[in-house]
Design a protein around this ligand. Sequence first.
Ligand SMILES: [Zn+2]
Length: 757
Amino acid sequence: MRRFAVLVLILNLVVPSMAFSADETGLVGYSPRNSQIERDWETKFRAIPDPANLREYMQRLSARPHHVGSAYDKDNAEWILAHFKQWGLDAHIETFDVLFPTPKVRVLEMIEPVKFTAKLEEPALAVDPTSNQKSEQLPTYNAYSIDGDVTGPLVFVNYGLPEDYEKLDRLGISVKGAIVIAKYYHSWRGVKPKVAAEHGAIGCLIYSEPHDDGYSRDNVFPQGPMRSPDGVQRGSVMDFPSSNPGDPLTPGVGATPDAKRLPLKEAKSITKIPVLPISYGDAQPLLAALKGPMAPDDWRGTLPIPYHVGPGPAKVHLKVEFNWDIKKVYDVIAKIPGSMAPDEWVIRGNHHDAWVNGAEDPVSGQVALMEEARALGELLKQGWKPRRTIIYAAWDGEEPMLLGSTEWVETHADELRQHAAVYINTDGNDRGLLAMDGSHSLEQFINGVVRDIEDPETKLTVWQRRQLADIATSKSADERKELRQRADLRIDAPGSGTDYTAFLDHIGIAILNLSYQGEDEQGIYHSIYDDFYWYTHFSDIDFVYGRALAQTIGTSVIRFADAQVLPFDFVDFADTVQKYTRDLEKLLADKQEEIRERNQELDDGVFKATFDPRRPTVAPPREEVPPHLNFAPMHNAADSLTRSAEHYRQVLSHKQAVLGQDGVAEALATLNQQLIESERRLTNADGLPRRPWYKHLLYAPGVYTGYEVKTVPGVREGIEQDRYAEAEQEIARVAKVLEDESSLIKSAAQLLEQVGR
Ligand SMILES: [Zn+2]
């Protein structure tokens, strides 16, 4: 699984031809001599990945369905293990025992005003050779939906987000006792049943609207890449943003055989109401039977029906029952021991399990990971000795909700706290621009890497292509100015929905999450049609972006592993923190203004004046204008951070020349141990309000977004959800971790100043 981003490229502009040239200045954290040696190894590395291998691995890994608990899931893990070993890596499989429900009963029928029984079935297609593996395919369902048998009137709730229910309130419509039908996307899917249950709904259907990933965007599969009328998006609806990802029965600890397990009824992350995903083929008759007010303009899709909201007269019966079994997940872990700093770990992962055949998700990322592992094996044979320990991980159980990675992180939490310097994640790969999210202390680092990677289509560097494409799509002159002048492209803040979550949010390990994407539309996500046939007809068909991904991540891994000083930089980070602080102030000011304006309009009689008796609406309630909050502690901490970050960067660049001198090894080891701590400092042991598993105070998945990040979540969600006293307390907690971070950077600069004296 991963965040589904529709990123449309506008590349019909004329790009001045620019020769591809590697930046010849020294690498950050390297002495000039080591920088040259490193560049030679990196060049050797980038010549190794071969698209033909990527294709072959994909064909093998996606040949049969390989979800958690299936025969081919284990088979794939063993096949990956054998390859890691064959390439000379020290590898093993680590298993965990996790709760993984599979469907026993699925019934969806309309009983009024007309009878209709949903198919809940994706048909095999003659042209697509793996689509007929019926006996091995998981049926269409949402994992961690609770068992349930409910009947009620149907209500259409748009994307099923809190703001959609506010609109329903304006229409005078309640979902109490109703079954809601929501469209996929615009949030992580598990948010939809959560919000529905909070509003009193008794069941939740989620359908794939053709406007979002069907015929409105391109031809449907197999003529094109988009979702066909019977295509269904499977997926987890575990309420991980409010509780935690991973095995629901062992929160916070590894799901080893002897772990203490909660009884099922105490598991917090199971949904409160039954949920079922459906195709638009199954959704259309249900939606067509709705009456009541017309759905607001921006709720309507492109099915050939008038979109009414309900409630009813459509009355629906939904029944789901699951086998609540414990299954084994198989994480494949390979290690390359560090030659000089074995206790500093660089970790790289992608998951290998899929909902069905999963050629795109996750195999397109997994094959790049394998080709990197092969290339690292080659370098080792040629005499390369990485300074730090490198760990390669092929995770199992990501799709149900990050089971394999979370349980591994929870099991090894103490070691990871001490040793983990970085975790680099991928989760599938397509074609186009490099999407980059991660810890902002790595923004400068990843910008440096992608200046050295060639884009397969334009032959520009990946960095140049991304910069020019961002200029083309930017919406303001200020943004374009920044894109042209700022040394580094901004990376996005990490949310969730993939395997970096436990590393970053639970332990506080700096992460990067990368993929090429944006040129191809896709409507096969989590369906039986995400397979080798689809990928080799509609995505990176010649695997050149797979090679680019292996080159990008491999270069990142070895550059991080070999640096004399860990290549964290805090100037971009401090700049980001300054920006977040301003964003939060603006969020509060905008909300104050919005409520003030609405209250004024109520006083003015605007809602009375616009009331249409034939389409009655309810005026919004009067609300109290939010209080002012004191952001001064955050501003002061951010300023202190900016000063220490600039100072550290300066000292590091002055010391570059002496990093290779004799007798500095011990000082560098102490310095690196401090730098490893830098992301940990941004965590707090008590975690976020009401969700203590999430320890990072700057990044977390939003409680009501799931995939999408809430930066400075305690403060931001406090303001968004009207908890102003809490937001004020959170400002103080955030200011404290930022001050601590600033002290750490200061002390790192002092250590560095002593090096080579
Ligand atoms: Zn995935």
